[in-house]
Design a protein around this ligand. Sequence first.
Ligand code: HEC
Length: 114
Amino acid sequence: MKWVPVLGLVVLSMSGGHVAASDGGYPTDAASLASGRELAEIHCAVCHAVGPDDESAQAGAPAFRDLSNLYPLESLEEPLAEGIVTGHDGMPEFAFAPDDIDAFLGYLASIQSR
Ligand code: HEC
């Protein structure tokens, strides 16, 4: 919860690099959200809760809707591109394509519980 005021500033200062410009600069159209959700379901749902009210399948894996309580979603951009953030606990490392990162983070932004 402490991130909320900070997040607003980060979002403002980083939104310039993105095409669509609402809610953090990530796409919010239905097609992008659907593909972001699909990416989460394919690659992450084995362990993480990826929806608005499901439970994580693996104990200790944070529900995606709570990630913005941990840190700004923008901080995932680089690790996702470089495949770092996905290299945890038995997850095979892979990197998201730039369009996929936007769709994925747009979807994440849409389900945040804060
Ligand atoms: C094999 C199970 C598994 C898969 C698949 C998985 N995760 Fe995780 N993830 C975890 C666990 C367990 C944690 C908490 C412990 C840790 O951080 O290593 C975690 C933590 C995280 C965190 C919190 C930050 C951190 O590194 O502590 C993020 C962000 C994250 N995962 C993103 C993803 C994304 C994005 C995907 C899909 C591309 C994914 N994870 C797939 C198990 C998984």
